[in-house]
Design a protein around this ligand. Structure first.
Ligand code: IPE
Ligand code: IPE
Ligand code: MG
Length: 250
């Protein structure tokens, strides 16, 4: 029993599912006297770095916030450059993801994207659908409130069609209709860029995630920073409503 305890303490806890709010691209670029888009472009390298880090650490799922449902309010030029960048990265990187056995998917309301971009997303998802390694989800035109509303709508339609009753609406059945329901629950939510808020990201999924905020701007975030976040997660005591003593005596 005593040895079990020691062993458990020695093993580093690795979050099974990590999500990242990749923030600070614009400020990074401005600090260098460049346009905001240069920051978004530089941020692609950080995406590569965290994907590499996640594979090395054997994380099961990595979910990245690339474009929020609120980001349409940005200047038109920035939005269209972001769409072009998304398209470019998709076509350029997906083969490499596939080679690395990564399953790629996009979450969010895709209907607002151009036909070309939607097709490219579907093609990328289909290419990697049978891969068994890391699940990489990119949130684009995603909003946590949209996600929950969408799940509620689907349940309401099933009740209306007599496919289920009102009593079948439970936390579990609603959960099944939210994005990422098939993945391990979210363990760690990282936000770069210094702001301490969720910005309508995974509201439902983050209920018991550990939150990690860093001042590092997204283009400066690298594999070491990612490992540091995992180390901090390892030090956290997750109690899920229980007392500290209950958790320790488990
Ligand atoms: C995050 O960086 C990327 C997107 C929201 C697309 P920002 O563009 O928000 O950068 P800051 O926060 O203005 O520095
Ligand atoms: C959140 O960042 C969205 C993404 C990182 C894609 P924002 O920069 O849009 O968030 P706010 O507006 O500062 O809350
Ligand atoms: Mg921002």
């Amino acid at each position: 029993m005593a040895t079990d305890l020691v062993l458990e303490k020695d093993v580093k806890k690795i979050p099974q599912h990590i999500a990242i709010i990749m923030d600070g691209n614009g400020r990074w670029a401005q600090a260098q006297g460049k346009g905001r888009v240069a920051g978004h472009k530089a941020g692609v390298d950080s995406v590569r770095a965290v994907v590499r880090g996640a594979r090395k650490a054997e994380v099961k799922a990595l979910t990245l916030f690339a474009f929020s449902s609120e980001n349409w309010q940005r200047p038109e030029k920035e939005v269209s450059m972001l769409m072009d960048l998304f398209m470019f990265v998709l076509t350029k990187e997906v083969k490499r993801l596939h080679k690395n056995n990564i399953r790629f998917q996009v979450i969010g309301d895709l209907s607002r994207f151009s036909d070309k971009l939607q097709k490219s997303i579907i093609k990328s998802e289909q290419l990697t659908v049978n891969n068994t390694g890391l699940v990489l989800s990119v949130a684009a035109n995603y909003g946590g409130r949209w996600d929950i509303t969408n799940a509620a709508k689907q349940l309401a339609s099933q009740v209306r069609n007599n496919e289920m009753t009102l009593d079948d609406i439970t936390e579990e059945s609603l959960h099944q209709h939210t994005c990422l329901a098939q993945l391990p629950s979210l363990d760690l939510l990282i936000r770069t860029g210094g702001d301490c808020r969720i910005s309508n990201f995974l509201l439902w999924q983050a209920a018991y995630a550990e939150l990690y905020f860093t001042d590092v701007l997204w283009p400066d975030f690298n594999e070491d920073e990612f490992t540091q976040a995992i180390d901090v997660f390892d030090q956290r005591e997750r109690r899920f409503g229980k007392t500290g003593a209950q958790v320790l005596n488990k």
